[in-house]
Design a protein around this ligand. Structure first.
Ligand code: SF4
Length: 270
């Protein structure tokens, strides 16, 4: 069996507990207008255009994005940093793109990671129609889900993000009902969810699911330069990057409306 990945990041500290290696699986059914990794979206290998300068000369440095790889090779590479995982209670994170899109490959990677005694995290937006048995297998092998909650308004979802809202909700409900640990990650995006009504709606949704572990991530323009190199269009126009300070009122509102909420970034600082 082989899967398609587009990157592996060592020493990652924001993708779950401790020091981790994050494996980025290629392919995503969504088209978030602010996506920082547009090279991840296409399901097959893709070409990224770039130009390098040397001694005043410009060279074409186009490169292919996407590597076919077996689960065994993924875990072999991940295990190079075992020592750091052990010292920091870290492990491996599978991200994307959308890792659930390559469910069989993901399951095998998770199985091997658990066999090797690693803490496993799956970072997902959840917009995939999954056979419930496969989702159960993934849940059995996953210690922590980082689950994107971008908006709970189906119309906004369709305008800014794409198709698959019902799958996002159904998969998160399934995971929450099973009692898996979930960190709800909210990318705070101007025009999508940085208003009090959106925060209230998300708070109510998380409350219904019994979820209290949350992280808000400020919108930033990182990755916007990649769009031209991929022949794609950046969908956020001139929208300015947000700072952590911009999120403070939204976090205060959520703290008032979702009693018991724990913000992951505050916990890291503590
Ligand atoms: S879900 Fe993630 S990878 Fe997919 S388009 Fe949105 S931001 Fe990009």
């Amino acid at each position: 069996m082989e899967g398609l990945i587009f990157d592996m990041k060592r020493y990652a500290i924001h993708d779950g507990p401790g020091i981790r290696t994050t494996v980025f699986l290629k392919g995503c059914p969504l088209r978030c207008r602010w996506c920082h990794n547009p090279e991840s979206q296409a399901g097959g290998q893709s070409m990224m255009h770039s130009v390098q300068k040397l001694d005043g000369h410009e060279f074409n440095a186009d490169h292919t994005v996407g590597e076919r790889i077996t689960p065994q090779e993924v875990i072999r590479r991940v295990m190079r940093d075992r020592m750091f995982f052990d010292d920091s209670n870290g492990g491996v994170t599978f991200s994307g793109g959308e890792p659930l899109l390559q469910a069989d490959f993901l399951i095998e990677c998770l199985r091997l990671a658990k066999e090797a005694g690693l803490h496993t995290t799956v970072d997902t937006a959840g917009a995939v129609a999954l056979d419930p048995e496969k989702l159960d297998k993934i849940c059995d092998l996953t210690d922590l889900f980082l689950y994107d909650v971008k908006t709970v308004d189906p119309e906004r979802f369709s305008t800014w993000i794409g198709k698959g809202f019902d799958h996002v909700v159904a998969n998160l409900k399934h995971i929450a009902k099973r009692g898996n640990q979930v960190l709800a990650r909210i990318p705070v995006i101007p025009g999508v969810n940085n208003d009090p009504e959106s925060i209230s709606a998300i708070s109510r949704f998380l409350d219904e699911l019994g979820l209290r572990y949350v992280e808000m991530l400020p919108f930033h323009r990182t990755g916007s330069d990649k769009y031209e190199r991929l022949g794609m269009e950046w969908g956020m126009g001139d929208a300015k990057s947000l700072t952590k300070k911009d999120l403070v009122p939204l976090k205060e509102q959520m703290a008032a409306e979702l009693p018991g909420v724990v913000f992951a970034d505050d916990q890291r600082k503590a």
